[in-house]
Design a protein around this ligand. Sequence first.
Ligand SMILES: C[S@@+](CC[C@H](N)C(=O)[O-])C[C@H]1O[C@@H](n2cnc3c(N)ncnc32)[C@H](O)[C@@H]1O
Length: 245
Amino acid sequence: MTERMFDDAPISAGMRVLDIGCGPGTVSLMLSRRVGDHGHVFAVDRDPQVLQAARARARDAGFLNITFVEGGFDVVVPGHGTLDGAVGRRVLMYQPDAAQAITQLARAVRPGGLIAFHEHDTSSVNDDRTLLPLHDQVRGWLRDMLRKEEVNLHMGFDLHGAFSAAGLTVECVRAEANVLTPTAEYPVAAIIRAVLPRLLKHGIVTETEAQVDTLDERLLAERKRNNATCLWELVFCAWARKPAK
Ligand SMILES: C[S@@+](CC[C@H](N)C(=O)[O-])C[C@H]1O[C@@H](n2cnc3c(N)ncnc32)[C@H](O)[C@@H]1O
């Protein structure tokens, strides 16, 4: 879905773009392939450790057109104010004031430039058929964790409002769902493993309860047993433009 957003927004060869909250660099690498040798990616994250891992990943894979920068939405990069776009995935949800964060970020972009975000919403996925108690439980762990961290669980629904409040012209808001079926595994265990320290810290689950090593297998068995398809989360992509001067 991220790639489709970049196809349609569009992000293309030669563009200079900023990836805010780049984390392990997955989106930065997608952007790097797109913008090519004549473009450039500034991959920004406030967490120096995650940034170091992303930098090593890009270097080992031979990506030369990415500069990793430690910073936040107010980061200043070379060519500040003239970039063609700024994007982020699953990062606005962590900002206490998304409109203010977007306003800061938009300063890096030229008039007419693109601002695009991929965010999600787990709060409206509610399987009231209660066929799948393990699925409900695991989704509940993630929701409780995000609530405790005061993350905006509705960020997908709030994208249009946040863009507008930041003075941008919204071009598109779209959503689809990640769907789990009885025949295909979905990497829930990898997600839980990645956030396990946070789940443990908040006292939401113990390692023994989580049983991460067998989690995907048990989730798949539950779907198979009930011949059930379920929604995991809603995923939103939205993009907007900074007004031309
Ligand atoms: C859920 S991860 C998403 C990583 C990446 N965008 C992806 O989709 O794979 C969120 C990332 O945003 C970063 N982050 C959160 N708030 C930030 C802020 N205000 N400034 C910079 N980075 C931030 C975190 O450090 C983390 O690496």
